[in-house]
Ligand binder design. Structure first.
Ligand SMILES: Nc1ncnc2c1ncn2[C@@H]1O[C@H](COP(=O)(O)OP(=O)(O)OP(=O)(O)O)[C@@H](O)[C@H]1O
Ligand SMILES: O=P(O)(O)OC[C@H]1O[C@H](OP(=O)(O)OP(=O)(O)O)[C@H](O)[C@@H]1O
Length: 206
């Protein structure tokens, strides 16, 4: 039985394929896929989807495994088994804004792609905020006055710096993660276990 994997297209895809290659897998057909969204190799079937859709394919049992950022898992909390962190896609969630916004004395408006993460973060701090959901280029919001601050991903800090923003508070470290469909983990254990062990070393599968 071959394993099926839902893979986040783009930067995570590139890092995952490099990682697979470093672990001795043949990734030739995956690298040469062109615009194909489903590719089969001798070892597995791979589909290429947006990060926000990876867990959906896994949850519905279309794919056994998924490779997705922890930011998306934190935001959407899908009903999947979170198997393990992967050594790429490293970044962090942070609250950021203009340096002068660190001190504030009124209800803040926070722009973010991650409203649930933001809501939880401020609830735990006991601060009530208004959240504005954006789809990207979130760093623009404090510059033009749409928001007082943002909750977003920071990796190198370049985007913040080039837009005159600073980290106000670190929220959570993030990596890419390997997730699994709950029943596939049991039913296809004989195929999934060797794959995971080749991917990560022994002792991960319980
Ligand atoms: N600057 C970054 N550095 C490292 N990892 C990042 C960075 N930005 C995003 N990521 C991780 O990569 C995943 C995919 O991000 P990417 O920006 O490629 O797609 P996206 O956020 O879905 O945006 P889009 O909808 O524009 O494709 C994110 O879920 C996150 O885990
Ligand atoms: O700290 P840095 O290394 O600068 O990386 C952080 C940036 O990377 C991501 O943006 P992305 O490129 O995915 O674009 P987006 O704004 O459309 O989400 C993230 O949303 C930040 O904007």
């Amino acid at each position: 039985m071959t394993i099926s994997i839902a893979l986040t297209k783009g930067r995570v895809e590139k890092q995952f394929l490099q990682y697979l290659q470093s672990r001795g897998f043949d990734v030739g057909p995956l690298i040469e896929k062109g615009r194909k969204l489903l590719v089969e190799t001798d070892e597995f079937t791979c589909i290429f989807v947006k990060g926000w859709d990876v867990a959906t394919y896994v949850e519905y049992g279309i794919c056994d495994l998924g490779i997705v950022g922890e930011d998306i898992l934190a935001e959407t909390r899908p009903d999947v088994f979170d198997l393990m962190p992967l050594p790429f896609g490293k970044c962090r969630f942070a609250l950021a804004g203009k340096p002068e916004s660190i001190r504030h004395n009124r209800k803040r408006r926070i722009a973010t792609k991650y409203p649930n993460v933001t809501q939880r973060f401020f609830r735990e701090k006991g601060e009530s905020v208004d959240i504005v959901k954006l789809e990207g280029s979130v760093e623009l919001a404090p510059i033009v006055g749409l928001a007082d601050a943002i909750v977003d991903i920071v990796e190198t800090g370049t985007t913040l710096k080039e837009n005159g923003l600073v980290v106000i508070e670190e929220i959570q470290l993030i990596t890419a993660r390997l997730i699994a469909n709950r029943s596939a983990l049991k039913i296809k254990k004989q195929s999934i276990q060797p794959f995971i062990e080749k991917l990560h070393g022994e002792g991960v599968y319980k």
